[in-house]
Write a protein that binds this ligand. Structure first.
Ligand code: AMP
Length: 320
């Protein structure tokens, strides 16, 4: 934790009367939880400040907050805070540099530096935990309601695999305990996160019967538009099944390839052994040591990525 930089961030938030919080494309629980949690902290502490969140809606996360309708003129005189996003081109609202000042708050392995203040802590397993670091560092000045606590807890849950992934440590639980002190109630969160439609349940059956394994242990599946159409599920729902491929002890790496609008292919990559972030970087991607995304463009490139992932799995097994 960089206390000096957190002080600078606190001072800027205090200075500005208008703050726009920006998240990444295809939002997840961590970016939205960080955004709505931070918004709650700022609005509860300084009710007269205008705080807007620029984000797409993720229907399964509607219970933690709603994005705002932001006009170009809203950026005049604003402090923009980008959360949970390592590279400029991954920010959903590309007007992020139209404000008076830009702060980046992130926990991914850095792809590029940006922002007048660039705060990256890869030691935190979710970006929500960095927002909690800010809150705890200035706990004598900052306030939060249980609405903010709900958003921050949701982001922490989803990005840590419910406190399972590496990076979860004593600080994680110490931070989370503070959310309970703010009145956090978890039932609504689990009720919302644990919903699965009948359509997705049926698609999961198809998914589990059609994944493949490479010779050296990469479990993978290709998700095509025709499957999505047939099972009446969204791409977001289908790709949420990525960790269903993570149970095999002979497959240290697993990858879900999916075709998005415009025939663009993307990968969600996961590992329980070899580092995969460098491989993701080669395919316009990145993330964390063991969890990455990559923009492949074409199915041809997905084969190349799969071959390289297979070589990584082979090398990993040989070194065991
Ligand atoms: P996902 O599979 O989308 O959950 O991504 C896993 C991790 O990698 C998340 O922390 C993402 O923010 C990050 N990530 C996903 N796609 C990219 C990308 N194209 N470039 C950099 N990081 C990414």
């Amino acid at each position: 934790m960089d206390k000096n930089k957190l002080s600078d961030i606190y001072a800027k938030i205090k200075d500005f009367n208008k703050i726009i919080i920006s998240v990444h494309k295809r939002p997840d629980g961590d970016c939205l939880g960080s955004a709505y949690g931070l918004k709650d902290i700022i609005k509860t502490t300084w009710p007269n400040k205008e705080v807007l969140v620029s984000a797409e809606v993720a229907s399964y996360l509607k219970f933690i907050g709603k994005p705002d309708d932001i006009k170009d003129k809203d950026y005049n005189g604003a402090l923009v805070i980008s959360v949970d996003t390592a590279a400029r081109n991954r920010i959903y609202d590309q007007r992020f540099d139209k404000g008076d000042m830009l702060i980046k708050i992130d926990h991914h392995i850095p792809v590029e530096n940006f922002g007048d203040i660039d705060y990256v802590d890869t030691g935190r397993p979710s970006c929500t935990l960095i927002i909690m670091d800010l809150f705890n560092e200035f706990s004598d000045k900052l306030k939060m309601t249980k609405v903010g606590a709900k958003a921050l807890y949701t982001g922490t849950l989803t990005d840590t695999g419910r406190f399972k992934y590496s990076g979860v440590d004593g600080d994680t639980f110490r931070s989370v305990s503070v959310l309970f002190d703010q009145g956090l109630l978890t039932k609504e969160i689990y009720d919302n996160l644990d919903v699965r439609t009948m359509e997705l349940t049926k698609y999961k059956g198809y998914f589990l019967q059609h994944f493949k394994k490479t010779p050296n242990g990469v479990a993978y599946i290709n998700i095509l538009p025709k499957h999505i159409k047939k099972f009446k599920v969204s791409l977001g729902e289908a790709t949420s099944l990525v960790n269903e491929l993570g149970y095999f002890d002979d497959c240290p790496i697993w990858i879900l390839f999916a075709e998005y609008e415009g025939k663009i292919v993307r990968a969600r990559m996961r590992s329980k052994g070899p580092a995969i972030d460098k491989l993701a970087n080669k395919y316009d991607g990145g993330g964390h040591r063991l969890a990455c995304g990559a923009n492949l463009g074409t199915w041809k490139r997905s084969k190349l990525l799969l071959e390289e992932a297979d070589a990584l799995a082979k090398q990993y097994k040989e070194e065991l």
